[in-house]
Design a protein around this ligand. Structure first.
Ligand code: NAD
Length: 507
C-alpha cells in the first residue's frame, strides 16, 4: 500500500488535502487529449466529476462537442494514414510492450485515480495490476497474429487465391464508468495490435484514468494521434462519434438502450459495430452444491465492484429443498461484507459511482418491497461517517418471482434476487426467460447437471462452480440484448481487420 494520507481523500478536500492527491489530479481542470497533447474543447464547456466517497467535486472535465469529435477523428485519420501505417507487426508489439511496462511503473497513480473517481476500493485496483498488464501483453502477442489465408487456385495457370486482412481504420470507442481502467483496454488492445487508430469517449462519471492513460502512452512512445480522448456528454460527444461518417468501426460498452442508438447511428456509413451491453445473469444453485463455496461465490458474483458489473449473477435460482438454508447462509455472509471507504484495507465494497446510481439502486430496493419480495438483509444507505458518500448495504431479496421488475431489469448495484425452482428444466426455462444473454453459472457436484446447464443457458459465457473469472486468452461476449462481437481471445483482432479477397496471376 503506498504511503499517502488516504484518510484525507475520504473527507471533503481542502487546500491542504488537495496537495496529497496524485499529481495528475492536483490541477483539477482537465482538457481533451488529441494529437499527443492536452487541448481545450471548442466551446469551452465543462463537466464536473465527483468523488463517490464524499459526494464532492473531484475534477472538472472538458465538455467536448461534435466540433471536438470532428477534430479528433481528423487527427486519428491522419495518424492512420501516416507513419503509424508503416509500423511492422513487431514494432506495434514493441509499442504495446512499452506501454505495459509504463503502466506497471505508474500503476499506483492509476489505482489512486481510478479509486477516487469510481469509488472502487484502492487495494482492489492495486490488485488488478497483473490482470491489466497481462491483457496488454496478450494484445502485444496478437500484433503478430494478423494473418490471412491462401488457397489452391480453382483456375488453371499461374494463379493464387488469398484473403488478406487490413486494419479497418478509425475506431470510435465508447466506454462506461464501472471499470474504465480495464474496459478501455478491450478497445485499445485491438486498435494497437492491428494498426488502427481511435477516438475514445469515456463516461461522464469516470474519465480520469483514460486521460491519464493517454498521457502515459504518449510518454511510452505511442505516436501522436493514434489514441485520442474526447470527454463530454454521451448524448453530444458520444452521439457525434457514433454518427461520424469517417469512423469505420464502433466498439461500445454500456447500456442496452444506448446500444440500440449506436446501431441506428451506424447506418450513416455502414460502420462495423461491436456491442457489450447489459445483463441480468442467472446463477443456478442445485441441492448438491457445496454451499461453503456456492454462498460466497454467488454473493460476490453480485457484490463485486458494488454490483456495478455487467455480468453480475443477480438472479440467484435456488433449488427449493435448500432454499431456506441457502437464504439464511447468504444473509449471514452478506452481513460480513464490509462496506466502507475505498481507502481502508478491510473494505470489500466501496460506494456506488454517483448520486444518480445511488438513487437508481435505492429506487429498485423500494420497488422490490412494493412488488412483495421479502427483504432479508441490507436495503439501506449507510450513514454516520459515510453519509455524504454513495454507500449501500449488500442487499438480499427472497421470495422473488422471475416476472418482478427486480428480476427483469438491470439494477447495477449490490442487490440479489433469490428465486426458487424445483427441476433442472424449470431452472433453465427461468434462467433463459430474460431479454439478456451475457453470463450465467451453475453450482453442483453432478457433472451431468452442470453440462445440461452449460448447454442450455443462452449466454455468452457460463461458469461452473465459480463466478466471473475472465481469461483474456478465451475472451467473452454476449447474445440477445446483451450485444454481439467477441472481446479477448485470438478472434478479437479479427474485429479490427477487414478481409480482402485477392486473385493473383503471377505471369
Ligand atoms: P450508458 O449506455 O449510459 O453509457 C455508456 C457510455 O455511452 C458512456 O460513455 C456514455 O457517455 C455514452 N453514451 C450515452 N448515450 C450515448 C449516445 N446516445 N450515443 C453515444 N454514446 C452515448 O451506460 P452506463 O450507465 O454508463 O453504464 C452501465 C451499463 O453498461 C450497464 O447497462 C452495464 O451492464 C453496461 N456494461 C456492460 C459491460 C459489458 O461488457 N457487457 C461492461 C460494463 C458495463
Amino acid at each position: 500500500m503506498p504511503k499517502l494520507p488516504f484518510e484525507d481523500w475520504i473527507k471533503p478536500l481542502t487546500k491542504d488535502t488537495i496537495a496529497t492527491l496524485p499529481s495528475f489530479l492536483r490541477n483539477s481542470a482537465k482538457q481533451l487529449y488529441i494529437d499527443g497533447r492536452e487541448q481545450p474543447c471548442a466551446e469551452g464547456g465543462t463537466l464536473e466529476t465527483y468523488n463517490p466517497a464524499t459526494g464532492q467535486v473531484l475534477a472538472t472535465l472538458a465538455r467536448g462537442t461534435s466540433e471536438d469529435i470532428d477534430r479528433a477523428v481528423a487527427v486519428a485519420r491522419a495518424a492512420f494514414n501516416g507513419p503509424w501505417s508503416e509500423y511492422t507487426p513487431a514494432e506495434r508489439q514493441g509499442v504495446l510492450l512499452s506501454i505495459a511496462d509504463a503502466i506497471e511503473a505508474n500503476f499506483e497513480e492509476f489505482a489512486q485515480v481510478e479509486s477516487l473517481d469510481v469509488g472502487v476500493p484502492l487495494h482492489r485496483v492495486l490488485g488488478m495490476k497483473g490482470a491489466i498488464t497481462n491483457i496488454i501483453r496478450f494484445f502485444a502477442s496478437q500484433a503478430l497474429q494478423c494473418r490471412g489465408e491462401t488457397f489452391d487456385s480453382p483456375y488453371k495457370g499461374d494463379f493464387t487465391s488469398m484473403i488478406l486482412k487490413a486494419p479497418v481504420g478509425v475506431v470510435g470507442g465508447i466506454i462506461p464508468w464501472n471499470a474504465p481502467l480495464i474496459s478501455i483496454w478491450w478497445i485499445l488492445g485491438g486498435v494497437l495490435a492491428t494498426g488502427c487508430t481511435t477516438v475514445i469517449k469515456p463516461a461522464e462519471d469516470a474519465s480520469l484514468s483514460a486521460l491519464l492513460m493517454a498521457r502515459v502512452m504518449s510518454e511510452a512512445g505511442l505516436p501522436d494521434g493514434v489514441v485520442n480522448i474526447v470527454t463530454g456528454a454521451g448524448s453530444v460527444a458520444g452521439s457525434a462519434l457514433a454518427h461520424h461518417p469517417d469512423v469505420d468501426r464502433i466498439a461500445f460498452t454500456g447500456s442496452t438502450a444506448t446500444g440500440r442508438e449506436i446501431i441506428k447511428a451506424s447506418a450513416v456509413n455502414m460502420k462495423r459495430v461491436q456491442l457489450e451491453l447489459g445483463g441480468k445473469s442467472p446463477d443456478i444453485i442445485f441441492d448438491d452444491a457445496d454451499l461453503e463455496r456456492a454462498v460466497p461465490g454467488a454473493a460476490m458474483g453480485v457484490y463485486s465492484n458494488s454490483g456495478q458489473i455487467c455480468f453480475a449473477g443477480t438472479r440467484v435460482f435456488v433449488q427449493r429443498s435448500i432454499q431456506d438454508e441457502f437464504v439464511e447462509k447468504l444473509s449471514a455472509f452478506s452481513k460480513t461484507v464490509k462496506v466502507g471507504a475505498p481507502t481502508a484495507q478491510d473494505t470489500m465494497l466501496g460506494p456506488l459511482v454517483s448520486q444518480a446510481q445511488l438513487d437508481r439502486v435505492m429506487g429498485y430496493i423500494q420497488i422490490g418491497q412494493d412488488e412483495g419480495a421479502k427483504l432479508v438483509s441490507g436495503g439501506n444507505r449507510l450513514g454516520g461517517d459515510l453519509a455524504s458518500g454513495y454507500y449501500v448495504e449488500p442487499t438480499v431479496f427472497s421470495g422473488v418471482s422471475n416476472d418482478m421488475r427486480i428480476a427483469r431489469e438491470e439494477i447495477f448495484g449490490p442487490v440479489i434476487s433469490v428465486i426458487p425452482f424445483d427441476t433442472a428444466e424449470e431452472a433453465l426455462a427461468l434462467a433463459n426467460d430474460t431479454e439478456y444473454g451475457l453470463g450465467g453459472a451453475v453450482w453442483t457436484q453432478n457433472l451431468g447437471r452442470a453440462m445440461k446447464m452449460v448447454h442450455g443457458i443462452k449466454a455468452g459465457q457460463v461458469w461452473v462452480n465459480c463466478y466471473g473469472l475472465i481469461d483474456p486468452m478465451v475472451g467473452f461476449g454476449g447474445v440477445k440484448s446483451s450485444g454481439y462481437g467477441w472481446k479477448g481471445g485470438t478472434r478479437h483482432v479479427d474485429g479490427y481487420l477487414y478481409e480482402k479477397a485477392v486473385t493473383l496471376k503471377a505471369s
